[in-house]
Structure formats: C-alpha cells, structure tokens
Design a protein around this ligand. Structure first.
Ligand SMILES: Cc1cc2nc3c(=O)[nH]c(=O)nc-3n(C[C@H](O)[C@H](O)[C@H](O)COP(=O)(O)OP(=O)(O)OC[C@H]3O[C@@H](n4cnc5c(N)ncnc54)[C@H](O)[C@@H]3O)c2cc1C
Length: 384
C-alpha cells in the first residue's frame, strides 16, 4: 500500500539514537524542518543495559539543549588508572582542573529519555524502514515503509545516525576479538565518586560510579565472554574480583549483557546531500568512554555548519565544512582509543614494561596527565 502524500522536509535524520536526537534538538531553534525516523519502536532504548561516561564538555552541550538529565548523572571526581600484574599507576583528580567533575556517568536510557522528551510532537516516525534513497541535484527522495505502508519523503539533506554499521563495504574494520560485558555491581566500601580504569591482559576493565553502584565494563576475549555470561552472580563477582584485584570488594550484581568490540571507521562522512554522524561514522572501543562524546560533537558541528549556510540544508559548502571540521577530532579520538587497546590488551613482557613506564610517565609528568584529563573533560579541545 502507498500513502500518496509525500512528506517534504529540510533534514531527514535516519536513526533516533542519542546522536540523531541531539542533531534534531540542535536544529530545533532554526527554521529548518527536521524529521527523525527510526527502525525500532519508540523508546526501545529503555532496554539498553549500557551506562556512558559523559565528558564535562558534553554536559555543557546537553544543558544548552535542555536535555541534561541531572538527576540521573553521577559525577566522576577522580580516576585511578593502573595495570594488573605490572608497575605504574596514576590518579587524575577534578580539583586540579577547576571543574566540578572530570565527567559524569549516566545510563544510556536516561540520556535517551531526556533527549526524546525534548522532541517536538510528530517529529519522530518509529518502526520505519528505509527502502531506497535516490539523490538528485535539488534533494533526496527516500522511500520508507511503516507498518506495510510505503511513504515517500523528499529532503534537502539526509543525515545517517543509524549507529554501528555492519555489512557496509565503505567501512574499515579492525576487530579486537573482544567483547564488553556490562553489569551494575555494588561495591564495598562505597565508591566516593572514584572511577577505575584497570588494564589487564584480557583487555581494559572500567568501573564507573553510577548511583550507589559501579557500572562495570569488563572487556575480555570473545570465548571468555561467553563463559562469563553463563556464570551465576556469585561466580561472576568472584571472576570480577579476580580481574580487578584486592582494592575493592563487590557484593551484588545486576543482569549482564555483552557487546562485540571493533573499530569501524567510515572514511568519508559526507556524500552529495548526505552526511554521517555518531557511531555510523565511527564506532570505537569503549575504553576511555569516547564514542557518544565524539558523536555528540559530530551532531553539534553538523548543526553549526548547516546554520552557517542557510537556504539549502544540503549545500555542498555546509557538508564540506562539516567534513573538514571533524577531521582532527575523529582521527585523534580513534588513534587515542585504538592505541590504548593495542598497547594494553596483551601480556607481552616488553609491553608490560612499556605500559608501566607510560603510567609512571603520566604520574610524574603533569603535562601528559593533563592532556589525558583534558580529553576526559573536553574531548577534542584537549588538543593544544
Ligand atoms: C559497552 C559500551 C560502553 C560504552 N561506553 C561509552 C562511554 O562510557 N562513553 C561514551 O561516550 N560512549 C560509550 N559507548 C559508545 C556509545 O554507546 C555510542 O557511541 C552511542 O550510543 C552512539 O549513539 P548513536 O546515536 O550514534 O547510535 P545508537 O546508540 O546505536 O543509536 C542508533 C539508532 O538508530 C536506529 N537505527 C539503526 N538502524 C536503523 C535504520 N536502518 N533505519 C532507521 N533507524 C535505525 C536504532 O534503532 C537506534 O535508535 C559505549 C559503547 C558500548 C558498546
């Protein structure tokens, strides 16, 4: 069946995850007509088990969109970085940077709920699949289906925000052979707003303060992940103690879920009348919590580029400005996370020594530590 009325908008955003919704909100005050579509049911994010570390700079951007979910955020005041079975450790403290926190931890669903609540009525069409995209000089024709009914949408610009791309020949992939097991666990003693990043030969283990609990991102090789998922809670807590070491105890665990980990990079983030933002532009390893923070900046800078070139949302100059403006941030964030994963996820003795020296250098050489801290707080603005 076909719905004859063609929808005409300026910007069609495909994917109403946190990054797509951020873009819609960043354009809300402009005259642009912005429509979001998502293949899942609205609020499907309510089941997402992840928690995200959000940079202080991301908080400021979300506040400007009136989408900062203050009640759901737990501040990170201190980060302890160390490696299991090797020397070297460093501590980063927000007091040294004149900010109330290095960052914040929030459940994905609480972040998404705050963004969703700011969308205009009728701005999101859910359970909607894109069947065909055809670009022509004046715009893009997109055929979608919703509940078996075909609709046509004509937009000046289509923005892709569909999240992690899978079988796409345009994507360069580095599979880490790791999975992240996520769970919320209750620590003893209380966390006092301290996060831990512990490097182990299996992969990084992050503990992020969330309410009274820690949100755990337990990175392990895929075969080990399958075994960890099958354990009962007590067995899982004891595996976690084994991986983390003696400094803390864990007394209860919530449900577990796993995510496969790979670096997926789309070399070109624009094409005629199309742009890519967030995880569909680059999906990173979760170590050091960069992914959404980077996607948020994608959305923000694309909005700025569009507002700087009024008249035609798909204007080549706007898309060129977006692609140019994102280069350093994307490359820097990818190199930073990929470098950490490759240096730290193994047990080769020379690398263990190199890691120890690196952590020692971070501790003893403040400019290096400040760089890492500024990446946490501001993302791209850490670069001089
Ligand atoms: C374990 C783990 C921990 C993480 N921790 C952090 C962290 O601490 N800090 C951080 O910044 N980042 C973190 N990330 C990364 C973060 O989750 C992502 O960067 C972020 O979710 C990307 O948002 P997005 O909107 O681009 O994509 P998504 O969140 O994947 O949303 C994509 C949306 O598009 C929709 N969609 C998909 N396909 C289609 C289609 N064909 N048509 C229409 N709609 C479609 C989906 O239904 C979904 O609503 C972590 C990731 C993982 C896996």
């Amino acid at each position: 069946m076909t719905d004859d009325a063609t929808l005409r908008v300026d910007v069609l955003i495909v994917g109403a995850g946190p990054v797509g919704m951020t873009l819609a909100l960043a354009l809300a005050a402009s005259p642009l007509r912005v429509l979001l579509i998502d293949s899942r049911q609205r609020a499907a994010w309510a089941d997402d088990p992840r928690a995200l570390a959000l940079a202080h700079g991301s908080r400021q951007l979300l506040e400007r969109l009136q989408a900062w979910n203050a009640g759901a955020a737990t501040a990170i005041r201190e980060i302890h970085v160390s490696q299991r079975g090797g020397f070297g450790r460093t501590m980063i403290n927000s007091d040294d940077y004149g900010t109330p926190a290095l960052g914040y931890v929030m459940r994905y669903r609480d972040l998404a709920a705050a963004l969703d609540a700011r969308l205009r009525d009728g701005q999101l069409i859910d359970q909607c699949r894109v069947e065909r995209i055809a670009t022509h000089a004046e715009g893009v024709s997109v055929s979608v289906t919703q509940g078996g009914i075909r609709r046509d949408i004509v937009a000046q610009l289509v923005v892709h925000a569909e999240g992690t791309p899978l079988d796409d020949p345009d994507i360069k992939v580095r599979d880490y052979g790791q999975e992240a097991i996520v769970a919320e666990v209750r620590p003893r003693p209380a966390h006092k707003n301290r996060a831990w990043e512990r490097f182990t030969p299996d992969g990084p283990l992050a503990l992020l303060p969330l309410g009274e609990d820690y949100s755990v991102v337990f990175t392990v090789p895929c075969d080990k992940a399958a075994r960890l998922l099958e354990l009962d809670d007590d067995q899982f807590l004891s595996a976690l103690r084994g991986q983390f070491g003696q400094r803390l105890d864990f007394i209860a665990s919530g449900p577990r879920a796993s995510f496969p980990l790979a670096l997926r990079v789309r070399p070109q983030v624009t094409r005629e009348r199309q742009a890519w933002i967030g995880n569909t532009a680059q999906t990173l390893h979760p170590v050091s919590g960069q992914g959404f923070n980077l996607g948020l900046r994608d959305a923000w800078e694309l909005a700025e580029a569009l507002l700087d070139h009024p008249g035609d949302a798909g204007h080549p100059a706007a898309l060129a400005a977006y692609a140019r403006g994102r280069q350093i941030d994307r490359r820097g964030s990818m190199a930073f996370t990929d470098g950490i994963v490759r240096l730290f996820s193994n047990d080769l003795p020379p690398l263990r020594v190199a890691r120890g020296l690196g952590l020692l250098a971070l501790d003893l050489y403040p400019p290096l530590r400040h760089f890492v801290a500024r990446r946490m707080i501001w993302g791209a603005r850490a670069w001089p």
